[in-house]
Ligand binder design. Structure first.
Ligand code: ATP
Length: 320
């Protein structure tokens, strides 16, 4: 048996070769007793993030763009919530407003009951693009936040080394970002976000640029970190498997305007492992997400656009 990443890739390959009819699947709303109890426990924890009637309209040269309209949801402490939706549904706009990087047009965001109206160290951000300072070592990158928040240099260094240890990068404390792989850079980005002890970690497609194997390793690593520290996570992704593997609940948005379509409780039990990819509850959740994100479009043969092929090679230069 190989690593978790290898097992998960093998399970995924196997699944892709199988023909699973959605009619044979249970409802994604069906939960085992253990899963139901887990959700009941989560709901007993305090609400950490409340999003109420949130809206965002951009003014552009082409006119107004309603990026988000009447978005309502709340997240409990130590929940892991993934956000998915088609391109342009407002995922990045939402996370930027939660981070306080973008003002909202209507509604409000409350973190621990307090309105969010600008960036703050109670929210950590990890983006897809590597946002490390290239001129600073790994350790100095992680120390940057605490130093800016007026922690003494020694304390900042001690904290940075502790978080680098947690993400498995102690040995690379004195390396520079360009000496690290993509996965390692994202581990530093996670350490840099967590060193400030945020109440919520906001992650915008953090593993989107990684190769499949590294991505799976990072997902498992993130779950390990989340299990061990008191942090709530909101994670944006395009990848339905990633969302099901990570999330307690999945917030599904629809586009134009961006609105909440459904907030799904993932019925797959924890701890998560690669073999679950072929379980009935996993497949039922995936089928529901597919239905919401890629609804079937009825296309008649008349609608099909026939390609107009032009020859760009010499007439005698045939390949067939
Ligand atoms: N600065 C801006 N000015 C005008 N319109 C914008 C601006 N930023 C985003 N939009 C529009 O708002 C809508 C939501 O954009 P946003 O980038 O939040 O969506 P997204 O779901 O993150 O998309 P993707 O998955 O492609 O990254 C889109 O229609 C986009 O064109």
């Amino acid at each position: 048996m190989g690593s978790v990443a290898e097992q998960k890739l093998m399970a995924k390959d196997e699944m892709e070769g199988m023909d699973v009819s959605t009619e044979q699947l249970p409802s994604y709303l069906q939960q085992s007793d253990a899963v139901r109890e887990r959700f009941a426990k989560i709901q007993q924890r305090e609400v950490i993030l409340e999003v109420k009637q949130l809206g965002k309209t951009y003014e552009s040269a082409q006119g107004k763009v309603v990026a988000l309209r009447d978005v309502n949801f709340s997240i409990h402490r130590r929940e892991l919530v993934c956000v998915i939706g088609p391109s342009g549904c407002g995922k990045s706009t939402l996370i930027r407003m939660l981070a306080g990087l973008e003002p909202h047009t209507s509604g409000e965001v409350l973190l621990d009951g307090k309105p969010v109206d600008g960036p703050g160290s109670d929210r950590g951000m990890v983006f897809q693009g590597y946002t490390l300072f290239p001129w600073l070592t790994v350790k100095k990158n992680v120390m940057f936040g605490p130093e800016m928040n007026n922690h003494g240099k020694l304390e900042a260094e001690r904290n940075a080394l502790m978080w680098l240890d947690l993400v498995g990068l102690s040995k690379f404390a004195d390396a520079y970002p360009h000496q690290l792989s993509g996965g390692m850079k994202q581990r530093v980005a996670i350490a840099r976000a967590l060193v400030n002890q945020p109440r919520i970690l906001l992650m915008d497609e953090p593993f989107g640029a990684l190769d499949a194997q590294t991505r799976i390793k990072m997902q498992t690593h993130l779950l390990d970190i989340w299990k061990n520290i008191d942090v709530t996570i909101l994670f944006i992704t395009h990848d339905l498997d990633e969302a099901i593997f990570l999330a307690d609940r999945i917030l599904v948005l629809k586009a134009h305007p961006g609105e909440v379509q459904e907030f799904i409780e993932v019925p797959v039990p924890r701890p998560r492992h690669p073999g679950q990819i072929s379980s009935a509850e996993y497949l039922a959740t995936k089928a529901r997400l597919e239905e919401l994100i890629h609804p079937p479009v009825e296309v008649s043969e008349d609608d099909e656009v026939k390609p107009h092929m032009i020859r760009f090679t010499n007439i005698v230069d045939n390949v067939e």
